[in-house]
Design a protein around this ligand. Structure first.
Ligand SMILES: [Zn+2]
Length: 407
């Protein structure tokens, strides 16, 4: 038996008035998802525990059976794993954005989506100024997304950092890192000092002078956030006895895969956007199933469309995911398999952000072909499904045993 788990990121939504109080999933044409729902079993999943962030990393940990309340430490370590940075026991990894500060205000969390080439120059100056062997290290990522690692037992993760995309137009002085308790005082102070001094280093940098001249936002400050220590995941193979792989364009999803012990499959042209290589993802998923038992195929595009507030684009990404990816897998996969389709969390296109309501899922197995009461895959139809409302962390064992279940 082969297992394919397809996650349309943020694909589920809340009803939109532009769509006559329907969701993009309700309106989109997706015959392959409907096939899975109507010949399999459906339900809804609670992927986001109340007390945690409403992020993709938390949701996907839940779906893979890793209780995020236990294993989620922050997105920094996941991004570190994704770019091959190994963390030691006491290291604290931060996502480090390049941002735009203007008149004391956080004006742009992405510094105008600065290019990696420009970022590389700026990060070099940051490294020259702040790096200390075995204590402080920066790593180049992509565009405005980079990595900071504080090493050794001198630092504490008992600090509060603010995600910059949630703090647009806020005064920098109000959102600087703070200590969560006394043990974090020194770490918070180190971070604040680097953030404030980075302004002096970056403001007059030749790269930023050119950006300003061209009318682009300068990347004139660093912004560390999303910190965490190395999560202690049990290897997926040890838990379930099957060999897994992950296909995703998104660092935090690949990072979860690394900690779970998956092979990370690189697909040319996978962008994390609506122009992603859907056919390529299907092809590589089928190829990797030749020597793996399980593959997680993650498609970021619907979430991005939701954050843009573009419901037409979201409908298109759902239709592309259905026809260009799922359709190909269903058509070309030979032998026995179990396939599931789900959304990791809801992304409200109206509110342009994630939301905590349960998400729809459907599972189909070649060994359990049935006629379900549910004929369509969407947030509301699946409420009639036989699997009901399930806690996220119970999903993986249900999915992997689905072919043996008598439901
Ligand atoms: Zn997501």
């Amino acid at each position: 038996m082969k297992y394919i788990l397809i996650i349309g990121d943020g694909m589920a939504d809340l009803p939109l008035k532009e769509l006559g109080s329907k969701t993009p999933l309700q309106v989109a044409d997706h015959p392959n998802m409907d096939f899975i729902a109507s010949h399999g079993s459906c339900g809804r999943l609670i992927t986001l525990p109340q007390e945690l962030d409403i992020g993709t990393d938390v949701a996907i940990m839940s779906i893979l059976g890793y209780d995020p309340k236990k294993f989620h430490t922050g997105r920094g370590p996941l991004e570190a794993a994704s770019i091959g940075v190994k963390l030691n026991e006491n290291d604290i990894a931060f996502r480090c954005n390049l941002i735009t500060e203007r008149n004391g205000i956080l004006a742009d969390y992405s510094a105008g989506h600065i290019s990696t080439e420009e970022a590389k120059e700026l990060l070099k100056s940051i490294k020259d100024a702040f790096e200390e062997p075995k204590r402080i290290e920066f790593f180049l990522g992509v565009s405005f997304r980079h990595l900071l690692v504080l090493k050794g037992n001198k630092y504490s993760n008992k600090i509060i950092c603010t995600p910059p995309h949630d703090a647009l137009n806020k005064p920098i002085s109000e959102i600087l890192p703070k200590e969560r308790d006394e043990s974090g005082t020194k770490t918070a102070r180190t971070l604040r000092k680097m953030i404030i001094e980075s302004k002096d280093i970056l403001s007059d940098h030749p790269v930023n002078r050119i950006r300003v001249r061209k009318g682009n936002n300068p990347a004139n400050m660093i912004w560390p956030w999303g910190h965490g220590t190395k999560p202690k995941f049990e290897n997926f193979y040890n838990l379930y006895g099957i060999k897994g792989a992950v296909i995703s364009a998104v660092d935090i999803v690949k990072g979860i895969g690394v900690f779970a012990g998956f092979d990370v499959i690189k697909v040319p042209g996978a962008t994390g956007y609506h122009d992603t290589n859907y056919e390529g993802k299907a092809y590589y998923a089928l190829e990797c199933l030749k020597d793996h038992d399980f593959v997680l195929v993650h498609v970021e595009a619907p979430d991005e469309a939701g954050h843009l507030g573009d419901y037409k684009l979201k409908i298109k990404t759902i239709e592309d995911l259905d026809k260009r990816l799922i359709g190909r897998i269903l058509k070309d996969l030979k032998g026995d398999y179990t396939i599931a389709i789900l959304s990791d969390h809801i992304t409200s296109t109206e509110l342009r952000t994630h939301s905590k309501e349960p998400v729809p899922f459907a599972i189909f197995s070649t060994s359990q072909r049935k006629t379900s009461k549910v004929s369509r895959f969407d947030e509301f139809s699946v409420r009639d499904g036989s699997l009901g409302l399930i806690e996220g962390i119970k999903f993986m064992s249900l999915f992997l045993k689905y072919d043996e279940l008598n439901n």
